[in-house]
Design a protein around this ligand. Structure first.
Ligand SMILES: [Zn+2]
Length: 320
């Protein structure tokens, strides 16, 4: 059963648009293969505000976000994760508003060095949020952090509790800012070593247990029935795993060759991401003891060997 993607999206770049009471969106003009149309930055609150997913540090984008803020106090800037299309505008926005930057944890530069993903190491949260930490933005409006690793180790979704507005038969309004973890336009990229499929699937299950149906992702339109969509995402990964197992049973071992067999009409620009996704599935099979492998992944192994700092010491040790 294919995923029913949600791609009807009306928007204007670098223009504040109120999409629901107390929720304004600004779409950054940073369209790429992995950002689709661009990054959604969310401004939440009435009199005191939170900025969720500040986005890229493009001056037109930062100015549009400041326009949406309109001089109101900003309590916090909330980072979903350290990818370059999400975190960098936190710095100019914090400078302009004096707001505190919140996030899960900074990424270890040594770990970041193992990948060529676009990562922003310059934004370090002033205040780290543990899983399920809650913060009151203004009276009756709370933001709760939900740690959702898988796409990225320090990824947080943010659950909004709006006790001032009722929704669905008197229950207070809840919405989930789902970051890159769950997006309606495409499945998220899981690229090892920072991406981890087992963590991703666990994080999807966590969302399903939350009392919220409306998801507002970092790219593209709202997902009105998040839990149903998450079910489709999980089923899709299961389907991919069955394809990979079939490849292995037929003697196909190379992720690039698996991609050629598994994906129909894939753009050449996305082949690398697809191969990394296959790698994530192989890691997950291995983690469950269903697959044994000889050796280690070659890319990381080579880079680790190249960065070994003791070659000089070894060669000058006189054979000891
Ligand atoms: Zn990302």
């Amino acid at each position: 059963m294919p995923i029913r993607f949600i791609r009807d999206f009306e928007f204007r770049y670098e223009t504040p648009e109120m999409v629901a009471p107390a929720i304004t969106r600004v779409v950054a003009r940073n369209p790429k293969d992995y950002t689709w149309i661009g990054t959604n930055t969310w401004i939440v609150g009435d009199d005191r505000l939170a900025i969720i997913d500040p986005g890229p540090a493009q001056s037109e984008h930062v100015e549009a976000v400041l326009e949406a803020i309109a001089g109101r106090p900003v309590v916090g800037i909330f980072i979903t994760h350290s990818h370059n299309d999400h975190a960098p505008a936190a710095l100019p926005l914090a400078k302009a508003t004096g707001a505190t930057i919140f996030g899960h944890s900074p990424l270890d530069p040594m770990i970041a060095d193992l990948t060529d993903e676009d990562i922003d190491l310059s934004v370090v949260p002033d205040c780290r949020l543990g899983d399920r930490a809650r913060l009151e933005i203004e009276e009756g409006l709370l933001i709760e952090a939900v740690h959702t690793p898988g796409h990225f180790p320090n990824h947080l979704c943010y659950l909004l509790h709006d006790l001032r507005r009722s929704h669905e038969g008197g229950v207070s309004r809840r919405m989930l800012f789902s970051g890159d973890h769950v997006m309606g336009w495409a499945t998220t990229v899981i690229a090892p070593p920072l991406g981890n499929l087992e963590h991703y699937l666990d994080s999807l299950l966590r969302l399903q247990r939350l009392p919220v149906t409306r998801y507002l992702p970092s790219h593209g339109p709202e997902i009105p029935d998040g839990p149903d969509y998450v079910r489709q995402l999980i089923a899709h990964r299961r389907f991919r795993e069955s394809q990979i197992v079939e490849c292995l049973e037929r003697g196909v071992r190379d992720p690039a060759e698996m991609v050629a067999r598994m994906y129909e009409g894939l753009s050449p620009r996305l082949e690398k991401a697809a191969a990394l996704s296959v790698q994530a599935h192989l890691d997950f099979l291995a983690a469950r003891g269903l697959l044994t492998r000889e050796g280690v992944p070659t890319l990381s192994a080579r880079r680790i060997a190249e960065s070994w700092p003791y070659n000089e010491l070894e060669s000058s040790s006189g054979g000891r």
